[in-house]
Write a protein that binds this ligand. Structure first.
Ligand code: GLC
Length: 567
């Protein structure tokens, strides 16, 4: 008699096998729907006005019901909030008002149980001025190893009272601040965000420790803040650079501040660390420089993926969308990466409002009029936003959604100026309002102190119109933004296939028609709402952001359909 060999029957427990496959899928990020959470504004569990991790954990059900694949958490680390948390005082802990490390572990467990991955934001270009390293640098004085972790220099001019170079801060004013002993330190953002010197081995090692810390806690990926600026040419004399747009950098990697070739080595080291995990940890770079060079940080040997903001910057226009989509897909096809798509995030005017304004509106100037001039056409903005989002969700690659866009939230352009917290407002001498208007606490219910955000008022006031946009007010309401998002994200799971699309010519300058290899189609009519409807091809309509008109696709509308006879 032979011994009985017990092997596990792979079909014995399909649920367990599916869970294993989910957990081990190394490619999950390639076509994920990633939902950005700005924790301070998501949900407040203890009534102190700031959103927190337990508040988010309690709402995982909303996100699971929405149908997203991952959350990306903007910084939740200890911080004096000089730049909404992008001034990190301790990279391996949780801001006490946002929770504890145990709360973080609970969040990851709840997210994973709902099959939602967790991406955290890493801010490597600069620390907070309250970080122990910067405090030590101030105490230790010129020439010390403590100062060598940052970029300290003597000033220019006979008495050193002029900054070491002409570099300017993204938030306005010089990128240098003087300390009491006379030296200056560099900060590409606020003075509370001193830049690190990435040619210093100790800095590199410390970030590897931080990445390992979070990866060991079960984090699935990292969003890398200001990924284009870590490496700098600090050789003397410092070279001139006053353009912070990032778009005019040379293509040979020789700009003094952005997109330098040394980044490849820095992120190559990170990638080796990520690949030591199973599945490898994912990463996406915030990369603001020439699109032609984005691929270098998006290579599989580097971070793997880079944001592109091209769609976000495009007008609501068929030709502009087609150009961006074609360019981005060609770019990733050549590199092994997958594309990213973004229409809103915590740094820009919400797209339901952008599309409500005439193309070419100066958005900073518009904010300074409290959002009155020109008057936004809100209904049009929302129609276009849903059409653009559902087009984006039909594309190969990963789609990044920003909290509240599923409710169709507008930008809050008339916040009382004494409540504004964005350093841009302060640093520009109150000539630019900045980004608070897209960071207003979310409305969960139509009533309550802060519409269900928390037990008391939120850190920024919500406008009256948020009540009608509350999640509970939209739940089950056909055609509401929330139900359109839910339907699209559910159907997206069927729509996803190989990372390719083909364009179907429409003969119309205002209609785009794309087809995925598995027979799913998306058509978007970019014309005005009363433009001539576009006759739909044969197929089964699976999703429409607005009702069809005589069986045709009206303006400012997207449909998804599958090939086959009408049911
Ligand atoms: C990134 C963040 C932004 C922040 C800046 C400085 O651009 O998205 O919110 O202000 O970096 O960290």
């Amino acid at each position: 008699m032979t011994d009985l060999v017990l092997t596990r029957d792979p079909g014995a427990d399909p649920a367990a096998d599916a869970a294993d496959r989910w957990a081990l899928d190394a490619d999950w990020w390639r076509q994920a729907a990633v939902y950005q959470v700005y924790p301070r504004s998501f949900a407040d569990s203890d009534g102190d006005g700031l959103g927190d991790l337990p508040g988010l954990t309690a709402r995982i059900g909303h996100l699971a019901g929405l149908g997203i694949d991952a959350i990306w958490l903007s910084p939740f680390y200890p911080s004096a909030l000089a730049d909404g948390g992008y001034d990190v005082a301790d990279y391996r802990d949780v801001h006490p008002q946002l929770g504890t490390l145990d709360d973080f572990d609970d969040l990851v467990a709840a997210a994973h149980a709902a099959r939602i991955r967790v991406i955290v934001d890493i801010v490597p270009n600069h620390t907070s001025d309250l970080h122990p390293w910067f405090q030590a640098a101030l105490a230790a004085g010129p020439g010390s190893p403590e100062r060598a972790r940052y970029i300290f220099r003597d000033g220019t001019g006979p008495d050193g009272s002029q900054p070491p170079s002409d570099w300017v801060s993204h938030f306005g004013g010089p990128a240098w601040t003087r300390v009491p002993d006379g030296q200056w330190y560099c900060h590409l953002f606020a003075p509370e965000q001193p830049d690190l010197d990435w040619s210093n081995r100790e800095v590199r090692d410390d970030f590897l420790t931080t990445l390992r810390f979070w990866a060991d806690r079960g984090v699935d990926g990292f969003r890398v803040d200001v990924a284009h600026a870590l490496a700098k040419d600090l050789s003397e004399p410092l070279r001139s650079k006053t353009d912070v747009s990032g778009l005019n950098v040379p293509l040979d990697g020789s700009d003094p501040l952005f997109d330098r070739d040394e980044l490849v080595e820095i992120y190559g080291e990170w990638r080796r660390l990520f690949n030591s995990y199973d599945p490898p940890r994912a990463a996406v770079a915030e990369f603001c420089a020439r699109p032609e060079r984005r691929y270098r940080v998006a290579l599989p040997t580097s971070l793997g993926q880079a944001f592109n903001f091209d769609l976000l910057e495009a007008d609501f226009d068929a030709e502009a969308f087609r150009r961006v989509i074609t360019f981005c897909l060609d770019e990733v096809a050549a590199t092994g990466s997958s594309s990213t798509w973004v229409l809103s995030n915590h740094d820009v005017l919400r797209h339901a409002t952008r599309y409500a304004l005439p193309a070419g509106t100066d958005l900073d100037a518009w904010l300074m009029t409290d959002g009155t001039t020109p008057a936004p056409d809100r209904a049009r903005g929302l129609r276009r936003a849903l059409a653009a989002t559902t087009l984006m969700l039909a594309l190969p690659g990963s789609a990044y959604l920003y909290q509240g866009e599923e409710l169709g939230l507008p930008e809050v352009a008339d916040l009382p100026v004494d409540r504004l917290e964005d350093p841009i407002w302060l640093r520009t001498g109150h000539t630019k309002k900045g980004r608070d208007g897209c960071r207003v606490p979310l409305p969960w219910t139509a009533e309550g102190a802060s519409l269900g955000f928390g037990a008391g008022p939120g850190w920024l006031p919500q406008p009256a119109e948020f009540a009608a946009a509350a999640a509970t007010a939209q739940d089950g309401v056909e055609g509401s933004p929330l139900e359109v998002y839910r339907a699209a994200l559910r159907l997206r799971r069927e729509l996803l296939t190989e990372e390719r699309l083909s364009w179907v010519e429409t003969g119309r300058a205002d209609v785009l028609h794309l087809a995925r290899p598995n027979g799913w189609h998306a058509l978007t009519h970019f014309g005005d709402v009363d433009a001539e409807p576009y006759p739909l091809p044969a197929g089964v309509v699976r999703l429409a952001t607005r009702p069809l008109v005589d069986g045709g696709l009206p303006g400012e509308t997207t449909v998804w359909l599958t090939e086959g006879p009408q049911a």
